[in-house]
Design a protein around this ligand. Structure first.
Ligand SMILES: [Zn+2]
Length: 274
């Protein structure tokens, strides 16, 4: 757990609490040809809600079975115009912890907890380190350049699980933004911006009921937070009651918040620091 939660260790500057006006970041996770039909449902909702900017998290080869860079139809879909701006980030490579890598590395109690309670085998970067981590992300960047035509400005670890090697590797690769469960990080300025995230777990009936209740509480609980994230997953769109909760959450938050991209978060902060 320390690997995941000690997420400000690489940052020299203290947290900043002043985004210029209340803002909302919306991200669509797990953008891969494996979820094409669900992503189409997600886009219908995002368009209907009148969003102005959304961050898409691209997975190069979901579970080793959906190589996005080899899929021409998917590449054309990625490049198609949308009624909102899309900011593309990289999101792991396989989006699962490879069995061979899991067996090759020692498992700590923190890893066990994370694997058991925080994800269902999706923690690809939980134990991946050093050169192997850098090579994996470099290959992901190449995949994205091939499918979409440019380099990602940001990276989000699958299930927000990673170790302390990630930040230095991202810096070496020239990636500016990343995030944890609790913060958005600007690697260029060294800022850790506190940003709670509302997300929905959809694995079981109990998860879905709890997620809908949490979203309802968090909408109120975090109303005074300068910046809030909403993270959507393709599986959310298999469940109409989750979709209702997603729609209500985005509608409620966008009444009082400006929708922004990660680049605009960084600009707000630099203006706020004046
Ligand atoms: Zn994901």
């Amino acid at each position: 757990m320390t690997e995941r939660h000690d997420d400000r260790a690489s940052f020299a500057q203290p947290e900043r609490k002043n985004v210029e006006e209340p803002a909302l970041l919306v991200a669509l996770h797990d953008v891969t040809p494996a979820h094409a039909a669900r992503l189409a449902c997600a886009e219908l909702l995002l368009s209907a809600l009148g969003l102005t900017t959304v961050t898409y998290l691209y997975v190069p080869d979901f579970h080793g079975q959906a190589a996005a860079h080899d899929d021409r139809a998917f590449s054309a879909w990625c490049r198609a115009p949308r009624p909102y701006r899309v900011e593309w980030f990289l999101h792991g490579y396989f989006h699962e912890e490879r069995e061979s890598e899991r067996r090759a590395r020692p498992t700590t109690p923190g890893h066990w907890f994370a694997r058991t309670f925080l994800t269902s085998g999706e923690g690809e970067l939980l134990t991946l380190r050093g050169r192997a981590l850098q090579d994996r992300l470099q290959t992901g960047i190449q995949s994205m350049a091939c499918a979409i035509g440019y380099q990602p400005a940001g990276f989000v670890a699958p299930a927000w699980l990673y170790n302390e090697d990630l930040i230095p590797v991202l810096r070496r690769l020239g990636i500016r933004f990343t995030e944890s469960h609790f913060h958005v990080f600007d690697l260029q300025t060294g800022e850790a911006i506190p940003t709670p995230v509302i997300t929905w777990a959809s694995r079981t009936c109990a998860h879905r009921a709890a997620a809908r209740m949490c979203a309802s509480v968090e909408r109120r609980l975090w109303r005074r937070k300068p910046l809030v994230r909403v993270a959507l997953h393709p599986a959310d769109f298999d469940h109409p009651r989750i979709v209702d909760s997603v729609a209500r959450t985005i509608e409620t938050l966008s009444r009082t918040r400006r929708m922004i991209s990660y680049h605009e978060v960084a600009q707000s902060h630099s203006r706020g620091l004046g």
